[in-house]
Structures are given as C-alpha cells and as structure tokens.
Write a protein that binds this ligand. Structure first.
Ligand SMILES: Cc1cc2nc3c(=O)[nH]c(=O)nc-3n(C[C@H](O)[C@H](O)[C@H](O)COP(=O)(O)OP(=O)(O)OC[C@H]3O[C@@H](n4cnc5c(N)ncnc54)[C@H](O)[C@@H]3O)c2cc1C
Length: 445
C-alpha cells in the first residue's frame, strides 16, 4: 500500500482553517489508488471516516473526526494543463492560491475560490467559486468537464456529461454523497482582469448599498461585472471586479461619487492570483461560524437588513470578534451560464439575487455561545425581513451554510429526489451516509 503516513494523533492544525477534531487514525493518500485502498480498509472494517481536501470547511467535523479515520487528500495536488490549454486537471488537494499562480504564466486561471487557502475539492463539491465572475462563467461546479471519483466499492469512474451523466450532474452541488473525487478537470479562463477593492465607512452604508443595487441592475447587461461586499466592525469592504482587463469599466459609475476610507487595491489591471492575494490577506483567521440564505435584490431590504446588522454585530468587544455581513451578487446570467454548460440541479431562479451570508469570527472559546446567538439571531432577522418583503428565496449556498441548515433540500423537492436517487444507485450500501462522519449528507438533510 502506498499510504505513506499513518499517524496516531494528528496535531498540526496550523495549516487548517478551523478547529479540526483530532483523529485516532490519519491516512494520507498520494494517488487515486491510495484513496481506493484507504476506502476499502474503512468499508471492510466498518469504521467511521472523514474526507479532507483543503481542510477549510467551517463546520467542525465535516472534514475531521475524533473516533475514526481521516482520509487526507492534500498530497493529491497535481496540476496538469491540457496541450490545447482549454482544460486543467487538478488533484483535489490543491489550494486555489497555488492553482492560480501555476496557471498565471500561461495567461490562464480557473473558476475557484476567492481566498487562496481554500481547497479545490470541498469548494467545487459545494457549488460555487469566485462569485463575482459567475455571470460570465457560471459556478465552479459548472466548470467541471470531468470528475474522477472513487466510489463506495472502491472502483474508479470518470464522470462527464456523456459518461455516468447522472453522477456528473449530482456531483455539481451534491456534496460528499457519491464518492471521493480525486481529480477535477476544469475549463480554463483568462487570468487578466480589472479590480478595485476599497473600504467605506459604515455610516455611509445607505449610499454604498444604493451603489451596489444600481450596479447589480447594470450587471444584468454586462456579464463581465461582479461585486463583492463584506461589512464588519465599522467598515465595509467593496470589491469591484471585472472579468476583462478593461480600465475603470463604466458599469461601476455609481461608485464614482463615494469616498473610501481606505484602499485595499487601487484600480488595477491585474490577474486573478493578485486579486486573490488581496482577499486572502483580509480573510479572518479565528473561530468561525457561517450561515447562508438568499433573497432577491431590493434596495429597501438591503438597507433595513444592514441597519439591523449594525446594531447586532458586536457580541463581544470589537478586538475579540464580531459578525461579518456578506453580499454575493448573482445575476440571471450566472444561472443561465450554468445551463449552457450542461445544467445542474440547484433549482436557482434566474433573477438578480444576493447570496447573503453572516459570519461570526472570534478568538476566545468563552465567546462561543454569544457568537452563536448573535449569528442565529441575525439569520432569523434577515429571513423575516426578506420574507416580509416577498423577496426570500429557498436556495442556500452550500459552501457558506451552517451544519444546522439544509442546502441540499433548498434546491427543491424534485431536485433533492434526483440527488438522492443517484446516491442510492452509486452507493447502495450507504457507505457515505452511514460511515462518513458528517457533512451535508442526504440522509440528514
Ligand atoms: C475565508 C474563506 C473564504 C472562502 N471563500 C470561498 C469562495 O470564494 N467561494 C466558495 O465557494 N467558497 C468559499 N469558502 C467556503 C469553502 O468553499 C468551503 O469551506 C469548502 O468546503 C472548503 O473546501 P476544502 O477542500 O478546503 O474543505 P474540506 O474541509 O477539505 O472539505 C469540505 C467538505 O467537502 C468534503 N470533501 C472534500 N474533498 C472531497 C473530495 N475530494 N471528495 C468528496 N468529498 C470531499 C469534506 O468531507 C467536507 O465535507 C470560503 C471559506 C472561508 C473560510
């Protein structure tokens, strides 16, 4: 067997995002055959396991386990560009920052995460990618040409739109229910873009949100345009991000009259990895909770929700942690781009949407309860406001969702049945439902 390291207690948490549980057994796979063999051991012994690619999942226990085996895939980190440069085959253990840097010299990138530390595998299986370029390219899962998967019985299949098409579709957003994906073949995209990332004062929130909503309307006619917004602790970060190297695109003119308090990246014709460095540097590294809901774009709703966030964000002293409020703008074109690339079963309405998320980031264990209460309180408040405004949407973005949420069910009953049927057909013994420690599983949806 080529599983080169079996460590009784794995304690190096430094390279991972969240509190990882300490496992009793740790299997580090270097090849697809290692994964197949590791899974065979697990299923033969009937022991519980967790699969880990980047280890960046915020829900404790999704990619770690105390009494069981971790199948760690971080060494599956190859990156091979095709001869025609149209696709790149990535091992699941890559992190996006490295992927982008490796492709940059060819003038290329792929649709992946905005933070360089996030792993390839978990991100793609959870739907998204760089939300700001989804109008042009669709979601990360829509950009997969082929999934190489180790099934529950340890056979290896390559799922494409023609071969195992049901599995191919189910892996687009279906989470860890079908097998262990060892390699993803993704379509490449150009790396050259334009961006401007700035911070505004929280007291200007009404003007900033007005500019975002005005831009969202214009984005419906310009698929290169995207915006990212994150507010916390008195300031609001806004990323204006354009998928072409075009200086000062007019689609963002609503921001011309606003005065930032700090510039994180001046207007720049740059590349995706340079932009990702800006976001990675400004990512929180702490105890972490994240919840996701979605609603249709509406200025009054944006303003009332942010107003209520301002009064709720501090659950401890500002230096020890706070809530963060995220807006991820999704256009009609983003949903249609996915359909053009073979479609998915995510059940998204083709309307201008905010994939809203609230994050609690803090440092001290004694603030755990307060952080949880503040974030669930904010989610309830946001849900009520969106429902009352008639703008609430069922869709929950899996990569941002909390374990208490149910993104698979949020795709709609008919779609959920399709996801469940494919899981039953490829995993009749229910290995991924019964032996897998946690995750967004069909059996617990
Ligand atoms: C600061 C920050 C920034 C983020 N930015 C983005 C972003 O821009 N876009 C976005 O979409 N998300 C983003 N996320 C969310 C992120 O995508 C998810 O946390 C994702 O699950 C992380 O992937 P990973 O491989 O690192 O995770 P892991 O912790 O390794 O795995 C996540 C889940 O997927 C399962 N899994 C992992 N690999 C495999 C595999 N090969 N086969 C089967 N199952 C597998 C695991 O068992 C687990 O359930 C961000 C998160 C943070 C904290």
């Amino acid at each position: 067997m080529c599983l080169t390291e079996i460590i009784r207690t794995y304690t190096d948490r430094s390279k991972f995002w969240n509190l990882l549980l300490e496992s009793t057994c740790f299997l580090e796979a270097h090849t697809t055959s290692d994964v197949a063999f590791g899974l065979k051991i697990v299923t033969t012994l009937g022991v519980k396991f967790a699969t880990r690619s980047g280890g960046h999942q915020q829900n404790v226990g999704f990619s770690s386990i105390e009494d069981g085996v971790v199948l760690d895939l971080n060494r599956l980190n190859s990156s091979n560009l095709s001869k025609d440069h149209k696709t790149v085959r990535l091992g699941t253990g890559n992190r996006w920052g490295e992927v982008y840097k490796g492709l940059e010299k060819y003038g290329l990138a792929a649709v992946g995460g905005r933070s360089g530390d996030v792993g390839v595998g978990g991100l793609i299986l959870g739907v998204e990618g760089i939300p700001f370029f989804s109008s042009k390219y669709g979601f990360a899962c829509d950009n997969v040409q082929q999934f190489e998967v180790v099934l529950a019985n340890s056979t290896v299949v390559k799922a494409t739109s023609n071969s195992h098409p049901d599995l191919f579709r189910a892996l687009k957003g279906g989470g860890p229910n079908y097998g262990i994906v060892t390699h993803f073949t993704l379509y490449t995209i150009p790396t050259n873009i334009w961006y401007h990332v700035a911070q505004y004062n929280e007291s200007d929130y009404k003007q900033v949100l007005s500019a975002i909503v005005a831009t969202q309307a214009r984005m419906e006619d310009d698929s290169n345009a995207g915006i990212l917004f994150s507010g916390s602790n008195g300031t609001m970060m806004v990323g204006l991000l354009y998928a072409e190297p075009t200086a000062n695109p007019p689609v963002y003119s609503a921001f011309d009259s606003l005065k930032p308090v700090r510039t994180l990246a001046p207007p720049t014709i740059g590349t995706i990895p340079k932009l990702v460095d800006v976001f990675t540097a400004n990512s929180p590294t702490a105890r972490y909770l994240s919840f996701a809901i979605s609603y249709e774009t509406d200025l009054d709703l944006y303003k009332s929700a942010y107003g209520s966030f301002i009064s709720r964000q501090h659950f401890t002293s500002p230096t020890k942690g706070a809530l963060q409020y995220g807006i991820q703008t999704i256009t009609k074109a983003a949903v249609q781009a996915g359909e053009k690339r073979g479609g998915n079963w995510l059940g998204m309405k083709p309307v201008s949407t905010n994939w809203w998320h609230v994050v609690a980031a803090w440092f001290d264990e004694k603030d755990d309860k307060a952080a949880h209460a503040a974030s669930t309180g904010m989610v309830k408040n946001m849900t009520d406001l969106a429902t009352d405004a008639g703008k609430y949407l069922d869709f929950q973005f899996q990569n941002d969702a909390d374990v208490s949420q149910s993104p698979l069910k949020s795709y709609g009953e008919e779609n959920f049945k399709k996801f469940a049927a494919v899981a039953a057909s490829y995993d009749p013994q229910q290995v991924f439902q019964k032996l897998q420690n946690s995750g967004f599983k069909i059996s617990t949806a």
